[in-house]
Ligand binder design. Structure first.
Ligand SMILES: C[S@@+](CC[C@H](N)C(=O)[O-])C[C@H]1O[C@@H](n2cnc3c(N)ncnc32)[C@H](O)[C@@H]1O
Length: 256
């Protein structure tokens, strides 16, 4: 099945934004993760030039800009970006938003950025080597790449036949085929890419990054307090990580 992700995200953007309650005052790492206020991964971002890849509705770009960063958000979806621009204008925050793909950052100058940030977007990218090469090109030496995604172990609980999460592992950790699923009840098909943790580490290292932190946060306490029934697939998240966060630094090639 061939899926045009730009068109798919344009179709589901309104539904996605209605369903997510993404904070604007704190940097968010995804629906199942604690926020930056608890994780403290970024430090002081004031004055930093930050490129957010797959910025969606712009909430993290806005939160980072509020802390004094100079932020540009990039996303494939025109509809997500429309939401981001509206939200930033409503909040009176200066962040810019550009349509584009993570695999081609040619709109951005080399070595111009202090940080690339991305939340739950890298799993949609087919050519990750190309994306990471682009990230390495636009970051200054010593710049940071911080991104979160569905934890690869979590993906093992996705049932490819039912197109939903299960109580038990249904997919091999080593199965690299793209995963297709329908987005809620929108009738729109999406696909994403599963990579093992070892593969992510190799990809980062091949692109010239040093891994600084690999974070596997437990669910936020408010979610752990939820009364999920034992047969609710969400209850699995009490026992396995839902999100993984990579914090990597671009090595300075001149300081070998
Ligand atoms: C799950 S949403 C996450 C959005 C936002 N980071 C958030 O936390 O709400 C994934 C986003 O990645 C974007 N996306 C998918 N593939 C992309 C690509 N190749 N380049 C840039 N953005 C992409 C989608 O349009 C969508 O807005």
């Amino acid at each position: 099945m061939s899926i045009d992700l730009r068109s798919a995200w344009n179709q589901v953007a309104a539904d996605y934004q209605r369903r997510q309650a993404i904070p604007l005052t704190d940097v968010n790492y995804g629906p199942w993760a604690p926020t930056e206020k608890e994780l403290h991964l970024l430090g002081n971002v004031s004055g930093l030039h930050i490129l957010e890849i797959g910025c969606g509705g712009g909430q993290c770009s806005i939160a980072l800009a509020r802390q004094g960063a100079v932020v540009v958000g990039v996303d494939l979806s025109d509809a997500q970006l429309e939401h981001a621009r509206r939200l930033a204008a409503h909040e009176g925050v200066a962040a810019s938003f550009v349509q584009g793909s993570a695999e081609d950052l040619s709109a951005f100058a080399s070595a111009g950025w202090d940080m690339i940030f991305s939340v739950y977007a890298f799993q949609y990218i087919a050519d990750m080597q190309r994306c990471l090469r682009e990230c390495a090109r636009v970051l200054r030496p010593g710049g940071r790449l911080v991104f979160s995604l569905d934890h690869p172990i979590r993906i093992c609980f996705f049932d490819d036949k039912e197109h939903e999460f299960s109580l038990y592992p249904m997919r091999s950790y080593f199965d690299r085929r793209p995963i297709a699923w329908m987005f809620g009840d929108t009738g729109v098909w999406m696909h994403s890419h599963h990579r093992t943790i070892a593969e992510w580490i190799d990809l980062l290292s091949q692109a010239g990054f040093c891994l600084q932190h690999l974070v596997e946060p437990p669910l936020p306490q408010s979610m752990l307090d939820e009364d999920w029934l034992e047969d609710d697939p969400l209850s699995v998240l009490r026992n396995i990580p839902a999100t993984i966060i990579f914090v990597a630094v671009l090595a300075d090639k001149n300081r070998a």
